[in-house]
Design a protein around this ligand. Structure first.
Ligand code: DX5
Ligand code: ZN
Length: 221
């Protein structure tokens, strides 16, 4: 198992040349494609759905696709994303009427299941469903937009989540999303994260490899 995963958020990619841009970031050393789905209802922005995910698979993308659903309702899209080639599907507990059922649905569709926590959402949602969770995704910004600043309080929450994972004895990924960059990634890893989403920090630079190499150097891996 790879210790640290870097997951560029294609929210900041060039949509007019998406396949090429995703290829470029993967050959630059990224591990996972982070795919932000926004519905202009759960969050005040609108992005893309399963068709674009399938288009990336058809284009030849073989890396894991990490689908971050910022939609309400959630369940209807899950089989569609599984069929479109999603590897991980994560959702916000506030957006699901039945969290246990939604997690089970993701597993039944053959994907890994993630729960996403907004900056103000309590980790207590994990209490009764931890055995069904493969990924805990902590938002370090309020969801909806790329390019926001990392909320420092997330570091405490990461430590808390890391403790919960250790106590569970399970192999759960701890992913962080929002405002991650070369300057703060080491501190975020130290707090317990092992999967790092970065959108603007990577795609707003001309040389993706240079940024990803710097991130890995910061992580010592
Ligand atoms: C925000 C998204 C993030 C975002 C990250 O709602 O979930 O994935 O695109 O972008 P940066 O890295 O620019 O904060
Ligand atoms: Zn995201």
């Amino acid at each position: 198992l790879q210790k640290y995963l870097i997951a560029p958020s294609i929210l900041s990619a060039d949509f007019a040349r998406l396949g090429e841009d995703v290829d470029r970031v993967l050959t630059s050393g990224a591990d996972v494609v982070h795919f932000d789905v926004m519905d202009n209802h759960y969050v005040p922005n609108l992005t893309f759905g399963p068709m674009i995910c399938k288009a990336l698979r058809d284009y030849g993308v073989t890396a894991p696709i990490d689908v971050h659903l910022m939609v309400k309702p959630v369940d209807r899209l899950i089989p569609d994303f599984a069929e479109a080639g999603a590897s991980i599907i994560s959702f916000h507990p506030e957006a699901s009427e039945h969290i246990d059922r939604t997690l089970q649905l993701i597993k039944d569709c053959g994907c890994q299941a993630g729960l996403v926590f907004n900056p103000a959402t309590s980790l207590s949602y994990l209490e009764h469903v931890l055995d069904k969770v493969d990924v805990i995704l902590l938002m370090s910004v309020n969801p909806g937009f790329g390019g926001q600043s990392f909320i420092p309080h997330t570091l405490d929450k990461l430590r808390q989540a890391r403790k919960i994972i250790e106590q569970s004895g399970r192999n759960i990924r701890l992913e962080v999303d929002g405002g991650v960059n070369v300057d703060n990634i080491a501190e975020i890893a130290e707090a317990g994260a092992d999967m790092f989403v970065a959108g603007s920090a990577i795609f707003n630079q001309p040389d993706y490899k240079e940024v990803i190499d710097k991130m890995r150097a910061e992580l010592g891996n």
